[in-house]
Write a protein that binds this ligand. Structure first.
Ligand SMILES: [Zn+2]
Ligand SMILES: [Zn+2]
Length: 322
């Protein structure tokens, strides 16, 4: 059996893009922890703008904080003011939060500058994700030109609830189609406040995009290992319980919370093979690998979704993967 989820223990729910009062978010780090814990999360990566924090004081046996920050790059006019015509936002996560040293961002939108910064940060122990390319108004070819990203957001809940541009799966498609590899993540990018009744304000950008990370125990080292090696899937509300190739029958086996459709996607616009229903009544499926290989010769990934648009995204599986 080839486990496409690369399970290595339990799944832990994580939001890896989060703002607090330490930048332009409205919740304190403690409020974020309380709210997300109450909603079934075990991991928050705190990624305030341009400032690195690791809130290890908030860790407990059921809750893990990851240290990080969000960097931004701008196009400027002659007076040195950002034009706001395009930007690039990257999240960085410290592989070792005790020794991590943040290198100041160059803040200039230029693919070479961005790639040099990511490379320098990687050499200093930081993992990188590319955030919300649609909100950033990045041309697809400039997204595809970015190297060495561990993952790319395919869904950003804040961009969706506030600006209706949170779904960025087509950028991800183009990135993979170019031959580059990166994992898919869904995040909240939450900025909202909690009102007196405990409910979020009208931004309502909490608990919408997340990853489920498989690891033996809830530790920082395990998270980094799982994140670097793709032991997670992205979701906006669909649970992916099993996803493996049964080598005996040569079938892809899928088990999930109820969905209306399962599609395999690769380099072609033919999203086949696929399985569908009018209602959310599919929880198991088997698809012959011969059909998948016929349509997707190099790699494929799986998307599962419901009638109301909730989705789970597997990581890509490459046939030459060991
Ligand atoms: Zn951002
Ligand atoms: Zn953000």
């Amino acid at each position: 059996m080839i486990d496409l989820l690369k399970k290595n223990g339990n799944f832990y729910k994580a939001n890896i893009h989060c703002h607090t009062v330490l930048s332009d978010g409205k919740m304190t780090p403690e409020q974020v922890k309380d709210y997300y814990k109450k909603h079934g999360y075990s991991i928050i990566a705190y990624t305030d703008h341009n400032k690195y924090f690791h809130h290890k004081n908030l860790n407990d046996k059921d809750f893990l904080t990851i240290g990080g920050f969000e960097a931004d790059f701008h196009v400027y006019d002659k007076s040195g003011t950002p034009t706001r015509l395009r930007t690039c936002h990257l999240n960085f996560y410290a592989k070792n939060p005790e020794t991590a040293v943040m290198i100041p961002e160059p803040k200039v939108y230029n693919v070479t500058v961005i790639n040099d910064y990511i490379k320098k940060m990687a050499e200093n122990g930081w993992l990188c994700t590319l955030n919300h390319p649609a909100w950033s108004l990045q041309p697809t070819d400039e997204v595809v030109a970015i190297d060495n990203i561990t993952a790319m957001e395919v869904y950003n809940h804040g961009c969706q609830t506030i600006y209706n541009c949170g779904n960025t799966i087509n950028y991800y498609f183009s990135y993979l189609a170019s031959g580059k590899k990166t994992f898919a993540v869904a995040t909240d990018d939450n900025h909202c406040a909690l009102l007196e009744d405990g409910l979020p304000d009208d931004y309502n950008d909490v608990c919408g995009g997340y990853i489920e990370v498989s690891m033996p125990e809830l530790t920082y080292e395990n998270f980094i290992d799982a994140f670097e090696n793709g032991r997670f899937y992205a979701s906006t509300g669909v649970e992916l319980k099993e996803l493996y190739i049964d080598e005996q029958t040569d079938e892809l086996v899928i088990s999930c919370s109820p969905v209306c459709r399962i599609v395999t996607r690769g380099i072609k616009y033919y999203n086949r093979p696929r399985i569908g229903s009018r209602n959310n009544d599919i929880t198991h499926a088997r698809i012959p690998m011969s059909e998948i290989k016929k349509m997707h010769p190099t790699y494929f990934r799986v998307e599962l979704f419901t009638t109301d648009g909730k989705c789970a995204y597997s990581q890509p599986y490459y046939f030459d993967e060991k």
